[in-house]
Design a protein around this ligand. Structure first.
Ligand SMILES: NC(=O)c1ccc[n+]([C@@H]2O[C@H](COP(=O)([O-])OP(=O)(O)OC[C@H]3O[C@@H](n4cnc5c(N)ncnc54)[C@H](OP(=O)(O)O)[C@@H]3O)[C@@H](O)[C@H]2O)c1
Length: 328
């Protein structure tokens, strides 16, 4: 099989044209059809603490065709089924999608929704899946299009772009916060943003713990000072769904937004998400996401380009989503 392999902590990843398939273990064997590139994959390839075992094939997403199912675990899947997997430890503690073959656990494996191509499922990937989970957290806590404006931070990133498109598609008035408004304002408006704001308004200084109430809800991929200011500007009863830490993992805030405005801080974890929620999110994505917008935000690279690409995604130069063609 072809695979990108990180041999040991601190070693440079290598592209192997004839990697040994006996490296792989797991109940369901697959031909990987396509993978995708996430911020976390950049961190794994750059040796920034994502790989929890070695050797490791990175890639936290894959879409594939089942070739074989281990005895005792038959039932849900059989040879020929098209499936997808996001997270569940692949690309971190188990071998992932940057290869032409994979073996995975059955428990988190989702059947490819009808009508969704493998390439589009990969384009959605962990980023889109996470954005959908965040949108569902807003919905489940009562944030509706009538509640008021909804903010998306890190809006030009993979998860941010899909969050903007999903929220606008549901009828929310979306404010997109970005550090690249000069180059990405038009792109974000095409995704459905009603307003584009400069991220420095939120990221530079932790402001007062309670500020003017601007947002009925927010989806935050940035953390740190940005998240503290978002919480301080969330209206009474609003929800902030937090999934990322592009600015930092710290959160310099107080309890005041929670105890004086009843704000909910809802965490989103795509890696250990239970199967029924995975299936709900993927069915909703297939039904709601505008596929023309998805195509317009997606670029494609070959497996051979994945090693050099880490630097680009980690330095915030990538816009939207990147599909990885594992045979190229
Ligand atoms: N919880 C989960 O399950 C989960 C799942 C997926 C991703 N994540 C995390 O979510 C984050 C985003 O992931 P992604 O794959 O969408 O990454 P991405 O495509 O690289 O997008 C990240 C975006 O964050 C913004 N950003 C970057 N550096 C920043 C800074 N210093 N301050 C403020 N904003 C900054 C940039 O958007 P602008 O240029 O528009 O400002 C960038 O495009 C990462 O931290 C990732 O690890 C978590």
């Amino acid at each position: 099989m072809r695979a990108v392999l990180i041999d040991s902590e601190g070693s440079a990843p290598r592209l192997l044209e004839d990697a040994d398939e006996s490296l792989l273990s797991g109940e369901v064997a697959l031909d990987v059809l396509v993978s995708s590139y996430n911020y976390k994959d950049g961190m794994a390839i750059a040796g920034k603490g994502i790989a929890r075992t070695h050797p490791l094939i990175p890639g936290i997403d894959l879409v594939g065709r089942v070739t074989d199912v281990e005895p005792g675990t038959e039932g849900r899947f059989s040879a020929g089924d098209l499936v997808l997997l996001n997270g569940d430890g692949i690309g971190e503690s188990r071998h992932g999608g940057f290869a032409t073959r994979a073996r995975v656990r059955a428990d988190a494996l989702v059947r490819l929704p009808a009508g969704l191509s493998p390439e589009r499922a990969a384009a959605i990937g962990t980023a889109g899946f996470t954005a959908m989970l965040a949108v569902l957290r807003l919905e489940d806590t009562g944030v509706t299009p009538e509640s008021g404006d909804v903010l998306v931070t890190g809006a030009s990133g993979g998860a941010g772009s899909i969050a903007v498109a999903l929220l606008a598609g549901r009828g929310h008035r979306v404010i997109a916060s970005t550090g690249r408004s000069h180059e990405n304002a038009e792109y974000l408006r095409e995704l459905g943003a009603a307003e584009v704001m400069d991220r420095r308004e939120l990221s530079e200084e932790p402001g007062r713990p309670l500020q003017s109430q601007r947002f009925a809800g927010a989806i935050d991929g940035v953390g740190s000072t940005t998240l503290a200011n978002v919480l301080a500007q969330t209206s009474w009863g609003g929800t902030v769904a937090a999934y990322g830490l592009a600015q930092g993992p710290d959160l310099p805030t107080t309890v005041l937004p929670f105890i004086l405005r009843g704000v909910t801080l809802a965490g989103v974890n795509s890696v250990e998400c239970p199967l029924p929620l995975r299936e709900r999110a993927w069915d909703t994505l297939a039904a709601e996401l505008d596929m023309d917008l998805l195509d317009a935000m997606t670029t494609s690279i070959g497996l051979s380009e994945t090693i050099d690409y880490a630097e680009r995604i980690l330095s915030g130069q990538v816009r939207g989503r990147t599909v990885v063609e594992v045979t190229q």
